[in-house]
Design a protein around this ligand. Structure first.
Ligand SMILES: Cc1ncc(COP(=O)(O)O)c(C=O)c1O
Length: 696
């Protein structure tokens, strides 16, 4: 069934949303797919004859996601391994990509829907499958129209957290099974939800009483610890509360609760490698694609974003990953809701399944160089002249006010006179204020020359890092393997290079560090404008409180002529010919010489403090400031990993920019599908091997 679903969706087998597989997929999509698109119709219009002679077609620059369904599959396998008793109901809101829904439904997942569009989508996609997935309508505040349709479509389980919702449900169907959503302590989570939903302790009893009064059954309890929760302890108190309600509901109201819904919130930025073939390939360098010649199909998803080394950070400080959270929560559930209790345990994971599923690949459409000519001295404005100019402006403004009123007046006796003079005085004050604000912003916008201020390095500005910061910031930047935090003494070979530097790996681990290059004044050298932004796929910066890390994708454009495609793969999936792979087509920065010593001349390996803007005209559309990138040019590509959750789902077309295209790939070989679908219990991989893999 999976093969069939993939064939229907024209999945590219062998790509991945990360590592070598990503580069192959991106290379294929850019070099073959996009280049093969027919010219748009406007090339046939009369005006096209005025295009330059050598411009025969559009430059290839559409932004796109590489969506790796293999990630979703391996996440599912991992879920079953670590949470065997917990049935996942995938939260469709997170990414309603039909391929995700179909794959998860085939693998046996159920769904959490929050609107009729979501449950229509799930039911439509799954209509031909042998299994009709279960749906929980997990929106505590529903529209009546949506709820009526849900009931008609067989959906019974609905969450609620207020009395009006109970009455609404009772008026629609007595067959509705209510699930009480309770408030949780969601501090520390990426997106807190308890500020909007969840019944507080004082309301539990009255709500159960209301449900009883209206003749509805309350079948269980649900909670959500906040989206992107990295702390397993949050589940402890929520589970305790749920247990208390189960007992209260039974003893005081006669409800026999049978459903516990532990919600979502599980992180998904990293994922384990399910594929047994990848487990044995221990020493394969992840970021080095120099040996990928002829390596057509990537076996297994790659774990490029590994958790930081445990010894670098103390246990308490470290953000937890899914496996750690699940391993802590599982015994809590078993203790409070043992298997013998017969309670069905479900969860509503969203980002867990799909965060690492997509990588967004964007192209640079404009570049701005911020270098200033230090020899240029602006003409000075003398105070008297400025005062004259201001006076003239004020007089003009006064005249305008008078002209607007249409009243001719003189000083004597005109009743309007005093009034107008007052109005003009106010206007002058406002005008003066505006001038002041303008001056202030001019000062603010003037380039800060930190050298003149006596700041030579970021250490001078920010102070030397604390002892504990040094070890924390030992993340590498795009293949750099040097320590990025210096001791501020200026000694040692690395001390002049970087102080606090951006680390994508750190962002992946939930830690945000600002890039500060100490060899330049504290301002960005270049600004880049890319073709997706905060109003599109990168809306997660705004709505999901996400941080992203831009990486440069290097492509040797000339190599694309060699691309060939073979359509005769065994299961009808497209596959690249060996001759397609080429070392120099596309390379990542993998060598340590990315970090250049101070004083070295500009080379393509030099990094610059850069700002990345989205394509719209809104100044809020900023993706990153002060990040280190090589000098880019129009047509270069930047990519962002972990872009599967709360990204394309909320992308708008503001300013007329279309959402990024999707290119579906699968990093897991079909030969493993059956084994994968059977789940970890049926797998012959020893636990030891699994652990070895997890620690890589
Ligand atoms: C009710 C409910 N369930 C599940 C989810 C999914 O959460 P996550 O993506 O963090 O797993 C959300 C997210 O907002 C939610 O509101």
């Amino acid at each position: 069934m999976l093969c069939e679903a993939f064939r229907e969706n024209d999945i590219f087998l062998g790509g991945s949303s990360m590592g070598q597989g990503l580069r192959k997929a991106a290379r294929y999509y850019i070099g073959h797919h996009m280049r093969q698109q027919p010219n748009p119709d406007h090339f046939n219009l009369e005006g096209a004859s005025d295009l330059n002679e050598d411009l025969k077609c559009n430059p290839v620059e559409n932004s796109f996601y590489v969506c790796d369904i293999g990630v979703v599959m391996s996440q599912f396998w991992q879920w079953r391994k670590h949470f065997p008793r917990v049935e996942p109901f995938y939260a469709v809101k997170c990414n309603p990509d039909p391929l995700i829904i179909k794959t998860l439904a085939i693998l046996g997942t159920n769904f959490d829907c929050a609107s009729r569009t979501e449950f229509r989508l799930v039911q439509d996609i799954c209509k031909d499958l042998p299994r009709n997935p279960d749906i929980i309508y997990a929106n505590p505040c529903k529209s009546r129209v949506h709820l009526i349709e849900a009931v008609c479509k067989g959906i019974r389980k609905v969450t609620f957290d207020n009395a009006a919702e109970i009455i609404k449900c009772a008026e629609i169907s007595k067959k509705i099974q209510l699930v009480l959503r309770i408030i949780t302590d969601d501090r520390g989570s990426q997106c807190r939800l308890s500020t909007k939903f969840g019944a507080p302790r004082q309301k539990w009893r009255p709500l159960l009483a209301t449900a009883k009064k209206y003749g509805l059954d309350v079948v269980g309890v649900s909670f959500h610890v906040g989206s992107g929760c990295r702390d397993a302890e949050r589940y402890q108190s929520a589970l305790k509360d749920a247990k208390e309600i189960f007992e209260m509901a039974k003893t005081e109201f006669g409800f026999n609760m049978t459903l516990l819904d532990i919600g979502g919130g599980f992180p998904g930025e990293t994922h384990s490698t399910w594929n047994p073939a990848a487990i044995t390939a221990e020493d394969e360098p992840v970021e080095d694609d120099s040996d990928d010649e002829g390596d057509d199909l990537i076996e297994g998803t790659e774990m490029t974003d590994t958790p930081s080394e445990p010894d670098q950070e103390s246990e308490e400080e470290r953000f937890m990953f899914f496996t750690e959270i699940a391993d802590r929560v599982r015994p809590m559930i078993d203790e409070m809701f043992p298997e013998e209790s017969g309670v069905r345990i479900i969860a509503e994971p969203g980002r867990y399944f799909v965060a690492a599923y997509a990588t967004l690949v964007t192209s640079v459409v404009s570049c701005r160089d911020h270098a200033v000519d230090s020899t240029f001295v602006p003409p000075s404005i003398d105070d008297k002249e400025a005062a004259k100019q201001l006076e003239a402006l004020k007089r003009n403004a006064d005249k305008t006010v008078v002209a607007k009123r249409g009243v001719i007046f003189n000083e004597e006796g005109n009743p309007m006179y005093g009034h107008i003079m007052e109005e003009m005085a106010d206007y002058s004050k406002m005008f003066a204020k505006q001038q002041l604000a303008q001056q202030e912003s001019d000062v603010y916008n003037d380039p800060l020359d930190l050298y003149k201020e006596g700041f030579n390095t970021a250490v001078d500005l920010l102070g030397p890092p604390e002892e504990d910061q040094k070890s924390k910031t030992l993340h590498s930047v795009e293949g750099m393997n040097k320590q990025l935090v210096t001791d501020g003494t200026g000694k040692g070979s690395d001390s002049h290079i970087l102080t606090f530097a951006a680390a994508g790996e750190a962002a992946v681990n939930g830690i945000v560090l600002q890039a500060v290059a100490d060899s330049d004044p504290l301002q960005d050298n270049y600004s880049y404008y890319i073709n997706d932004g905060c109003y599109g796929g990168l809306n997660n910066l705004v709505f999901d409180h996400a941080t992203v890390r831009a990486r440069h994708l290097r492509i040797d454009e000339t190599s694309f002529e060699k691309v060939e495609v073979n359509d005769n793969s065994s299961i009808g999936l497209r596959r690249l010919k060996k001759s397609y792979s080429s070392n120099n087509m596309l390379k990542s920065y993998s060598s340590s010489n990315m970090l250049m010593s101070q004083g070295q001349t500009e080379s393509e390996n030099t990094l610059y403090a850069s700002t990345i803007f989205g394509p719209t005209c809104d100044s809020i559309d900023v993706i990153a400031r002060s990040v280190l990138l090589p000098k880019l040019k129009v047509g270069d590509w930047l990519y962002f990993q972990n872009m599967g959750a709360y990204t394309s789902a909320a992308a708008s077309t503001f300013n007329g920019f279309a959402p990024s295209e999707k290119f579906h790939v699968c990093s897991i070989m079909p030969t493993y599908f059956a084994k994968l679908a059977a789940g970890p219990e049926c797998d012959d991989i020893s636990l030891e091997e699994e652990e070895k893999k997890d620690s890589r």
